[in-house]
Design a protein around this ligand. Structure first.
Ligand SMILES: [Mn+2]
Length: 425
């Protein structure tokens, strides 16, 4: 199903008076701090975040999965779901596939359907962290790091197949996340496992087209609880640098130990020109995959402060953005809309930081003023700017409100049934 332009327009007309009043107040507040609202609106309009193909179904934990009904049962239906999100928000113009969960049955058909829906294919993800049916060798003891030659070979070949698929769809990047590691001290030779991983990544890198980027994701722990081969950004950078100029580090917000200063990692990676990708989510304890900005919106804003600074210093350094969150009790489409909103809001606030005044305060070591500058940007209410950006792009003033009033989930359940289950985690 698609939302008609008329439905969106009717919704916007209904909310217009309130929106205009809020926008006027917001413009005045921005004027006061010398921020051009028009520039802000156009920057918000230009930001698009990829939606992962596995996030359209109800997420699962190892304890249970609760279907919400109307979940997409095919890649085609997933593309329609992303289009619904994009129709409502105008900020989800691409989809990130996870292979083998979403192998297109017909490449050309998937490609042309995506184009018809106004979507493109973003970074493509390989999966060597679980065994698939009919797979020759198990990843029980690792994939790219495996000391079982045949298992490592199979994982390398899988990544090359994923590159070929992605190339046919128009993707330009491969994301590799490995679950490889160990659960007990002494189980693996830590140095040998890292060397094998490096050699395998170099082979995958060499198989990429010349205009592709390799994104190396890291994660501190889980599913392995003693050691993880690519546990931190330093290891990821080492591996990326061992591959070549088109290999970069991917930061996933949920993949750090508690209290890690992620914004500092972002700053360091950008300084070194190695930040290639970003996975958004939020967490309280570990890799919780909660809705972006639901627990730590201030941290998200501080991260965007570094991202904005990095992109100002080098405009070509904009990473590939993707949401990597999927919760098991929310309607996944509403969850993704909330995530998009939080990301754009953090971005907008970071754009409002007066960087020359901040630089001056830093030069003077005026610690109090530095904090005031940062926190006043964070405390601004820029929701009307996001709404205006959506209106101009033909999307909805209030995406969640329209999603509910247009009864989209109910229609999806009617079309697809109650018992569908999306492929993925
Ligand atoms: Mn991720």
């Amino acid at each position: 199903m698609r939302l008609s332009t008329q439905t969106i327009q009717d919704h916007n007309t209904q909310l217009d008076a309130r929106h205009q009043a809020a926008l006027k107040r917001c413009r005045e507040a921005l004027d006061e701090i010398g921020v051009d609202a028009e520039v802000l609106i156009s920057k918000i309009e230009a930001l698009s975040i990829a939606i992962p193909s596995w996030a359209m179904g109800a997420g699962g934990t190892r304890f249970g999965r609760f279907s919400i009904g109307g979940e997409p049962a095919s890649l085609e239906q997933k593309l329609y779901d992303v289009a619904i999100i994009n129709d409502l928000t105008a900020s989800a113009k691409s989809v990130s596939l996870h292979i083998p969960w979403d192998i297109p049955r017909d490449l050309q058909q998937s490609k042309s359907l995506a184009a018809d829906l106004g979507l493109t294919f973003d970074a493509i993800n390989s999966n060597s962290f679980q065994d698939q049916k009919d797979q020759g060798h198990s990843y029980r003891h690792g994939s790219l790091s495996s000391n079982v030659k045949a298992a490592q070979r199979q994982a390398i070949d899988h990544n090359i197949e994923v590159i070929n698929l992605g190339e046919a769809l128009g993707s330009k990047a491969l994301t590799v996340w490995l679950a490889d590691g160990s659960n007990f001290p002494g189980q693996v030779d830590l140095r040998a496992a890292l060397s094998r991983t490096r050699d395998a990544l170099q082979e995958i890198y060499a198989a990429m087209p010349a205009d592709w980027t390799l994104l190396v994701e890291y994660k501190a722990y889980e599913p392995n609880f003693y050691s993880t081969v690519i546990a931190d950004w330093g290891t990821s950078v080492y591996l990326a640098e061992s591959c070549g100029d088109r290999a970069h580090t991917l930061v996933d917000l949920g993949h750090h130990l508690p209290n890690t200063n992620i914004e500092q990692i972002v700053a360091t990676l950008m300084m070194r020109g190695r930040l290639g990708g970003f996975h958004f989510n939020d967490s309280k304890y570990g890799d919780d995959d909660l809705t972006c900005g639901s627990v730590k919106p201030y941290q998200l804003f501080l991260i965007f402060n570094e991202l904005v600074q990095g992109m100002l210093d080098d405009p070509s350094s904009e990473p590939a953005w993707m949401i990597d969150a999927s919760h098991n009790i929310k309607d996944p489409l509403e969850d993704l809309i909330q995530s998009l909103d939080a990301i754009l809001l953090a971005y907008a606030k970071a754009l409002c930081i007066n960087r020359s005044i901040l630089a001056e305060a830093r030069t003077n070591n005026d610690v109090v003023h530095c904090q005031e500058i940062i926190q006043s940007a964070f405390l601004m209410d820029l929701r009307p700017i996001l709404q205006e950006a959506r209106v101009r792009a033909g999307a909805a003033i209030s995406p969640i409100q329209l999603y509910r009033s247009a009864k989209i989930r109910e229609q999806l359940i009617k079309e697809r049934g109650h018992m569908t289950q999306a492929t993925g985690l």
